[in-house]
Write a protein that binds this ligand. Structure first.
Ligand code: SF4
Ligand code: SF4
Length: 108
């Protein structure tokens, strides 16, 4: 099925993945540009944004965001917005972070 000129992740088996480089950053710029609202985490974005950016690493230790692989449409809008360069297409996840693909999927 073709949606807006691109294949849905559920059809391709591919989605974008957030690696552990997101931990402690929690900028959440990725959330603002995602057309599918498929970037979520263990703490709601509203709660993250209620914490001053400079305090997030300390007050939300070990927290990172994840991409729902069943809802991501593989559009790529999020990756260039990430200041931590933590987001990659699944097929292009750097070798040192390849285990983050399973971590990301396991969150859901
Ligand atoms: S690739 Fe597109 S749909 Fe998937 S998480 Fe990023 S912005 Fe959302
Ligand atoms: S993926 Fe990038 S932009 Fe999104 S919350 Fe994590 S560090 Fe911030």
């Amino acid at each position: 099925m073709v949606v807006s000129g691109t294949m849905r992740a559920e059809d391709t088996g591919m989605s974008y993945v957030i690696t552990r480089k997101c931990v402690g950053c929690l900028d959440s710029a990725c959330v603002d540009v995602c057309p599918c609202d498929c970037i979520v985490g263990p703490v709601a974005v509203d709660q993250i944004r209620a914490v001053p950016a400079e305090e997030r690493g300390q007050r939300l230790p070990g927290i990172q965001m994840f991409i729902d692989p069943d809802r991501c449409i593989d559009c790529g809008a999020c990756a260039p917005e990430c200041p931590a360069e933590a987001i990659h297409p699944e097929r292009d996840v750097p070798a040192e972070h390849v285990d983050d693909i399973a971590r990301n999927a396991a969150f859901f």
